[in-house]
Design a protein around this ligand. Structure first.
Ligand code: GLP
Length: 241
């Protein structure tokens, strides 16, 4: 493999969270005005907890930080308990010194969703581009909500969620039928524009995806594989079969 990808194997979810939080801490200490790309899901919860602790201890500040989240469901109100807006507030934003106007998530309730997609990429560009992007990975290799088959050239776009992704995410809803069928997500190209990327994955379910990534084969059937073409990616992973 000719990729520069950096691999860090960890022994526990907590260790993964700490190692990832260390990278974010370094970033914020080096550049307090950082533009961060953030993710939702079970994987980043521990890292966010760690960052909250560090902010409350005065080691880092979000006061001048701007954030852009990867994705949001189409059709959910911001205030919906299952929206990614709510997730981010409950897991990070409510507990740190970030300014509300510096928080960005795609608007899944926009009247004109196509215009919202274009506007979202423009907002990222205007802010100066993402310095450090956090990613989780879906069991089918999706990043953000970019499902297998997504073009590597994709910008922020509207996607139809696969059955596998809707099933994985059903735990956040009362009923499977409530899981939205569509989402708005930063595209693979939008993600690749970040200066640095950290992908976190822990547990048995994720191992197959990690093994596939390690194999070094770059294909649109496995969206995360495009990261092999990025010059500054760290994968923090672990878990046993
Ligand atoms: C969702 C999100 C992804 C996330 C993935 C894995 O589909 N859109 O950004 O990476 O879930 O989530 P988890 O970390 O809960 O396994």
């Amino acid at each position: 493999m000719t990729s520069d990808m950096k691999w860090i194997e960890v022994n526990s979810y907590d260790e993964m969270s700490e190692v990832a939080a260390d990278i974010f801490t370094k970033q914020l200490q080096a550049k307090p005005t950082s533009i961060l790309g953030l993710a939702t899901g079970g994987s980043p919860v521990g890292m966010y907890k760690e960052l909250v602790k560090r902010q409350q201890a005065g080691n880092i500040s979000f006061n001048d930080v701007i954030t852009f989240n990867l994705d949001e469901y189409v059709g959910l109100e911001q205030s919906s308990p299952a929206s990614y807006w709510t997730f981010m507030h409950e897991n990070l934003f409510n507990y740190v010194d970030i300014k509300e106007e510096n928080i960005h998530l795609p608007n899944g309730k926009a009247e004109n969703l196509d215009a919202e997609c274009v506007a979202y990429d423009a907002r990222i560009k205007e802010a100066g581009g993402i310095d450090l992007q956090l990613l989780g990975i879906g069991v089918n290799g999706h990043i953000g909500f970019n499902e297998p088959g997504t073009s590597f050239d994709s910008k922020t776009n509207i996607v139809e969620l696969t059955e596998s992704t809707r099933t994985e995410n059903a735990i956040y809803f009362d009923d499977f039928k409530d899981v939205p069928t569509h989402a708005i997500t930063m595209g693979i190209q939008s993600i690749m524009n970040a200066k640095e990327i950290v992908l976190i994955a822990f547990g048995e379910k994720k191992l197959e995806a990690i093994e596939k990534l390690k194999s070094g084969i770059i294909t649109e059937d496995f969206p995360a594989s495009q990261l092999l073409n990025h010059p500054n990616v760290t994968i923090i992973y672990g878990g046993t079969k």
